[in-house]
Write a protein that binds this ligand. Structure first.
Ligand SMILES: Cc1cc2nc3c(=O)[nH]c(=O)nc-3n(C[C@H](O)[C@H](O)[C@H](O)COP(=O)(O)OP(=O)(O)OC[C@H]3O[C@@H](n4cnc5c(N)ncnc54)[C@H](O)[C@@H]3O)c2cc1C
Length: 230
């Protein structure tokens, strides 16, 4: 008798488990969603850039962008949320690795410099397109300075010697002179012990980029296209 009751209880439990509701909220069926060709998740520089490319390469495509916040460009791409460096391999010493034999490879720095040139060409095209406004609203010259002290002076000197052989970095200036470096970056030398060995490289064609301004302008321009929805 007890065994029979237990079997029925187990059977009911198994049936309840197999036919349990899969979600507590009603599930929105795919059929409810607008049919689009491309979904861009997030209103940052990445989606804005991809959206700009796609709207030009595939003008008939319907593009849906989703941003969970009230406005676009509020996370990493916001002008106040990142350093705004137009990464060009000029000052990033981790892009020029030193091998065990002491040789310095500038391959990664060169690749980065070339990629940034392509970014600038893309933005130039978007200015001509009317998608981006006055370049001063999103890109401005800021010298890129790599600064070191102590044992790293020798590394920076050798790095500079290798880098200026590449046409991408031939304008790079090297200095170990405290007064000169102080003119480039006063706060870096102010109060520093005169006996400390220091060195710096400087590239005048470095840039500060406001990725938030680019994001907002590109997405505003996309918004003029009836195939785009945010
Ligand atoms: C401190 C710091 C300094 C940096 N400095 C530099 C620099 O000097 N130079 C440089 O080139 N880069 C720099 N970066 C990197 C650069 O900022 C990021 O690589 C870039 O902004 C990333 O862009 P993104 O579009 O991928 O992301 P984001 O700009 O963060 O955009 C992602 C968006 O997706 C939205 N989102 C997330 N999940 C969802 C969801 N499920 N549904 C809808 N929306 C969603 C978010 O709200 C956000 O708006 C820095 C980053 C940081 C954090």
């Amino acid at each position: 008798m007890i065994v029979g009751v237990l079997l029925i209880v187990v059977l009911v439990a198994v049936l309840l488990f197999l036919f349990r509701p899969m979600a507590t909220k009603p599930v929105k069926l795919a059929g409810d969603e607008p049919v689009v060709d491309m979904v861009l998740v997030g209103g940052g520089i990445m989606s804005a850039t991809l959206g700009a490319y796609l709207s030009e390469l595939e003008p008939t495509w319907k593009i849906q962008m989703y941003e969970r916040l009230d406005k676009v460009a509020q996370e990493s791409s916001n002008g106040f949320h990142n350093a705004g460096t137009g990464h060009s391999g000029f000052m990033e010493m981790n892009y020029t690795a030193e091998a065990e034999d002491g040789s310095i490879s500038i391959e990664r720095a060169e690749k980065t410099a070339v990629q940034f040139e392509i970014s600038k060409q893309f933005w130039t095209h978007q200015v001509k397109n009317g998608a981006l406004g006055d370049p001063k609203t999103f890109i401005n010259p800021v010298p890129h300075i790599a600064f070191v002290w102590g044992d790293n002076v020798d590394f920076l000197k050798r790095r500079h010697e290798v880098m200026i052989k590449s046409p991408l970095f031939s304008d790079m200036i090297y200095s170990e002179d405290k007064a000169e470096i102080g003119q480039w970056a006063p706060l870096v030398t102010k109060g520093r012990d005169d006996s400390q060995k220091i060195a710096a490289t400087r590239m005048d064609i470095g840039t500060y980029v406001n990725y938030g301004a680019i994001t907002t302008q590109l997405i505003n321009h996309l918004g003029k296209n009836s195939n785009f929805n945010l």
